[in-house]
Design a protein around this ligand. Structure first.
Ligand SMILES: [Zn+2]
Length: 254
């Protein structure tokens, strides 16, 4: 299975608009981070997790041709604002399957009513098949089993997802032991790590490293990174041997 990091930045992306911060001015491509999203290809199945405001650019760069399912972690704009741009996929494939918590589906149906509406649709508006994700209930995308992982982003519930030996979790601040058990034994873990300083709704470096010590995956990749965390190379130098800073367009095979 192939994992393609479409975006690895926190909500504003890097560079931040109008910022003169040294990381925002960096010429290293690894310091340019679009909003978080990942593309998973396994056998003949293509899954995307989240669909933020950079979705169009990410799809052009990655050349992702088919979306069998779009999985959402939560409703925040940096994870959902690009939904309108599924249109080219809808024109080619028909209705796109969208998996999310019931609360997130309601939120999206309110914000993108023309996409979710079934009657009197505007010609050319995309359509989705909304599928509710329920904790402790795995689901299938074609033949691929997906296990939801429940976590908290401050006071907001978020879902992460396990697919075979790959686990993707973002915007996590706290997670219960029963959920950690679902992650154990994975080969590759992706986890949010915002910066070194404390944050009320995201793991900082200390919390992310502690979480890794509980899960003990073979390899971990950090995502949802803020410019204040530092330059890519600078962050990488601070990490243990099996922990890596993800960057946009990084591809790994599991
Ligand atoms: Zn986010």
């Amino acid at each position: 299975m192939k994992i393609y990091f479409l975006g690895t930045g926190t909500s504003q992306g890097i560079p931040v608009i109008g910022s003169n911060h040294s990381v925002c001015l960096s010429t290293d491509d690894k310091d340019k981070r679009l909003r978080v999203s990942v593309w998973i290809e396994a056998d003949d199945t293509s899954i995307l997790i989240d669909c933020g405001p950079d979705f169009r650019q990410q799809m052009l760069t990655s050349k992702c041709a088919i979306i069998d399912a779009l999985l959402f972690t939560h409703e925040h704009a940096d994870h959902t604002a690009g939904l309108d741009d599924i249109r080219p996929y809808y024109f080619k494939q028909g209705d796109i399957s969208v998996f999310a918590h019931q609360r997130v589906l309601f939120n999206l149906a309110k914000r993108f009513d023309y996409i979710f509406e079934n009657e009197n649709k505007y010609p050319g508006a995309p359509s989705v098949i909304a599928k509710e994700v329920v904790n402790n209930e795995s689901f299938k995308v074609k033949n691929l089993e997906v296990i939801p992982i429940n976590a908290m982003h401050g006071s907001l519930q978020v879902f992460g997802y396990r697919i075979r030996d790959f686990v993707y979790l973002t915007d996590v601040k706290t997670i219960e032991q029963a959920e950690i058990e679902k992650i154990k034994g994975c080969k590759v873990l992706v986890i949010n790590c915002l910066r070194e300083e404390y944050h009320s709704t995201h793991f900082n470096l200390e919390e992310a490293l502690h979480f890794i010590s509980l899960v003990q995956p073979n390899k971990t990749y950090f995502t949802h990174i803020s410019h204040v965390f530092g330059f890519h190379e600078e962050i990488q130098a601070k990490l243990p041997d099996n922990v890596f800073v993800a960057y946009d367009n990084l591809t790994i095979n599991i």
